[in-house]
Structure formats: structure tokens, C-alpha cells
Write a protein that binds this ligand. Structure first.
Ligand SMILES: [Zn+2]
Length: 430
């Protein structure tokens, strides 16, 4: 082994030890522990403490660190005077009873990438920025990616004022309560001229990579999603007094719609479309009353914009037909609609080259889940690396698991990719 190889092996071993240590440190900052998983919701004191762990680690490495008005924390390693930075990072908030890896892996990868670069004395040309986005999970306020949306300018204070959590606290109030300054949210907006590119490392949250025995995934597309609220109107009435033939049962109608939605996504023309009805509210929800009204929240995801929207229209048409068949009526309301995002082809190529150079097996794949990178793609070229998820790819659950050596490989590819981006000059924008 040459001295260089020995040094590389030594650095890789240190990275593995740091991965475990940092994942444990973040997991301990939680309302829940052990088999109850990690609970660290967006814009809470626990999320801010996790950002502080990141900030302290990065300033100990000699980087300059600041937190913006949206609560995003950014550490910068200065370049040679250029202003267009290369960024990497993810989020540190979780869903209730979530896992130890979603978001965390991308932040840990950013921290260890910075550590590898500074310990080897790397002098970047571009400023390198390591970012933790605030409040990525939609779990608390219903809308995902608050911090990155504010950075990308895809939301503003007015829209955020309308989003409230279960206790009626608005996003702006929650930001205020953790010491942020929601009156100056525009200051958090990123300018295009300040950014060259951005890469996020994330766990796959699926089992494609583990099933294929791949070392790492390179994401080329992020699914879009169309979210609908379907409300079925029937007639609430006594469960004993109303004969079966005289009923207008909204839940019977809604059940037929759930099955039809499932069948629609499974037909051969919809390969790759995913439809989920994850929330049902039946009213009055009483054992002895025929359900008079049922709302169904529908999430339709696809990597094909046209198919995603046509599927939503087809589902609404089918739902109306089924509602009528069961002697009820239906209203459809669009909650949100986000188009799929194509990530940078150049970044996919550079990442593929990097994994080949490191002797790793990669797979190019789409992301079914949404991520901060989707927002940042409104600002600059973006890419994503997926670390394999184990335990069948389960995520948003205490069973979520990624192996340390897989995460360490993610750090290696990320570090190589950041260097490659730093050294390659982008084609000028036409
Ligand atoms: Zn995530």
C-alpha cells in the first residue's frame, strides 16, 4: 500500500466512526426515544438545538456559520473570491415518531465532507456552503420544505401565515417562538448569481438500491405531486331505522372511490404513478349513524407531469361517477400541485464518473419523495445522491435504517463530487 492509499484508508475509517457518533448525537435530541423513534418537529427548540450542534461542529472546523431569518443554518468555506457557491446539505427536523436517518444523513454527509476537505487543506475556488434547511417535513404544518421554499422564493410570509399546526399555531408564530425573525423573511431568499450548484445526500426511503445490491443511487428526477380533497356528501341517518335501500351512505361511496383510485394507479398505463388516500374523515363518525359526509385526502405522485395531472382528472371523473352510483354527490378541491423536477444531467454525469472512480456500483433512479433540492432547483443546478435504506426501505418510522458503511460511501461520493464541481466550469447559461 502506498502512503497515499494508507492515508485514504485511515480517513475512511475516521469517517465511519464520526458517522455513528453524529447520528447518535442528533437522535438524542428528541421528544421520544428508543422504539418510539425520533420526534423533533420543525420550528421547535429541539430542532434549533440540532442546528446548533451542526453550527458548532462547522465553526470548530474553521468555517463561518450563520443562521438566516427562515431558520436555515449555513456554514461557508471561503473560495478564491468568486461568489457562485457550491452547496450541499439537508434537514434536521423529523416527523412524529420518525427515524434516525431521514434528513440527518444528508447533514452528517455535509459535515464530514467539510471535515475531509478542511483536514486535507483543500482550497476551493468556489465558496463551499454546507446547509441545514429548517422545517422540511410537512408533518407539523401540512406543507413540506418551508426553509428551502423561503430560500428559493416559492413561498412568502403571507402564505405561511395561513399554515397552522394542530394547536392552531401558525408557522410565523412558531418561528417567532424559537427566536427567528419572520418579519424579515425576504432576507433568506437566495440570489441566482450566488449559486453554482447544490447537491443533497438523502436516504432512499425505498428498497430499490438494497434489492439491487447497489452502493449508491444518483437521482435524475424528483416526483411531483397533486393533492386533492374529495368530499362525498350523503345523508346522515339512524343506523337502525333506515332501510338499506333508502340510504345515501357517504362512506360506502368513499370506499368504492378508494378501491377505484388504487385500481387506476395499478393499470398498465399508469406504470410509475402512485396514488395514496392516507387520510379519511367520516362524519359524524358514530357507530349508530350512517355516515353523512366523508373527506378523502388524495396524494398523486408521478415523474411525468402530464400523466400526473391527467390521473388527477381521471380520478375526479371516476369518483363523481361512483358517488352518483351510490346515490351521493362529490366535491373535488385541489390542495396543492407540484410538477416533477428534472435534476441536472451534468451533475448525474459527474456523480456517475465519481462513483466509477471510487469503484462503487451506482444506479440512476427517480425519487418518489419530495426533498429540499426540489425547491433549490428554482435557484441553481441541483443533484441528489441516495444512500441505500435497509429494512425493506421503510422510512418515517423508528425502523428506518441505513448502514454506517453505506453512509460513509455517500460521504466519499459527495466529497468527490463537490471537488469535481469546484474544478469544472459550467457551460454559460444561454
Ligand atoms: Zn427528508
Amino acid at each position: 500500500m502506498t502512503e497515499q492509499n494508507l492515508q485514504a484508508a485511515d480517513a475512511a475509517e475516521r469517517t465511519v466512526a464520526w458517522v455513528d457518533d453524529l447520528i447518535d448525537r442528533f437522535a438524542s435530541l428528541s421528544e421520544t426515544h428508543g422504539s418510539d423513534g425520533v420526534t423533533r418537529l420543525g420550528y421547535t427548540p429541539l430542532e434549533r438545538r440540532a442546528h446548533q450542534v451542526f453550527a458548532t461542529f462547522m465553526s470548530d472546523l474553521g468555517l463561518s456559520v450563520h443562521s438566516d431569518t427562515a431558520g436555515n443554518t449555513i456554514a461557508e468555506l471561503a473560495g478564491d473570491g468568486r461568489c457562485d457557491g457550491i452547496g450541499t446539505g439537508s434537514h434536521l427536523d423529523s416527523v412524529p415518531h420518525g427515524g434516525r436517518f431521514d434528513g440527518i444523513v444528508g447533514v452528517v454527509a455535509a459535515m464530514l465532507c467539510a471535515q475531509t476537505l478542511t483536514s486535507s487543506g483543500y482550497q476551493p475556488r468556489h465558496p463551499l456552503r454546507f446547509v441545514v434547511f429548517a422545517n422540511e417535513e410537512g408533518a407539523r404544518f401540512g406543507q413540506a420544505c418551508n426553509g428551502s421554499r423561503l430560500a428559493a422564493g416559492t413561498t412568502d410570509a403571507e402564505a405561511l401565515g395561513e399554515l397552522r399546526d394542530r394547536d392552531g399555531i401558525s408557522v410565523l408564530e412558531a418561528m417567532h417562538s424559537v427566536g427567528l425573525d419572520p418579519e424579515r423573511l425576504n432576507d433568506a431568499r437566495w440570489r441566482r448569481e450566488d449559486w453554482d450548484s447544490f447537491v443533497e445526500v438523502h436516504i432512499e426511503q425505498g428498497s430499490v438500491l438494497a434489492d439491487g445490491a447497489d452502493d449508491i443511487g444518483i437521482v435524475d428526477t424528483i416526483s411531483g405531486s397533486t393533492r386533492l380533497r374529495l368530499t362525498v356528501h350523503g345523508v346522515a341517518s339512524h343506523s337502525g331505522g333506515t332501510p338499506m335501500l333508502a340510504r345515501h351512505d357517504a362512506l360506502v361511496s368513499a370506499s368504492a372511490i378508494v378501491l377505484a383510485a388504487n385500481a387506476l394507479a395499478r393499470d398498465p398505463e399508469h406504470f410509475g404513478t402512485r396514488i395514496t388516500i392516507g387520510r379519511i374523515v367520516a362524519s359524524p363518525n358514530s357507530m349508530t349513524t350512517i355516515p353523512g359526509e366523508v373527506t378523502l385526502d388524495v396524494d398523486i405522485r408521478d415523474v411525468d407531469t402530464d400523466r400526473q395531472r391527467q390521473t388527477a382528472l381521471a380520478l375526479i371523473a371516476k369518483a363523481k361517477e361512483l358517488a352518483l352510483l351510490h346515490e351521493t354527490s362529490l366535491d373535488a378541491h385541489l390542495i396543492a400541485d407540484t410538477a416533477p423536477t428534472l435534476l441536472s444531467h451534468r451533475l448525474v454525469e459527474l456523480a456517475s464518473h465519481e462513483t466509477d472512480r471510487l469503484g462503487m456500483v451506482h444506479r440512476v433512479l427517480p425519487s418518489g419523495a419530495s426533498h429540499d433540492t426540489q425547491q433549490i432547483s428554482h435557484v441553481c443546478e441541483t443533484g441528489m445522491l441516495f444512500v441505500p435504506s435497509r429494512h425493506g426501505g421503510v422510512s418515517h418510522s423508528p425502523d428506518e435504517f441505513s448502514r454506517t458503511d453505506d453512509i460513509a460511501r455517500g460521504v466519499q461520493v459527495l466529497t468527490g463530487l463537490v471537488k469535481a464541481l469546484d474544478l469544472t466550469d459550467r457551460q454559460p447559461r444561454s
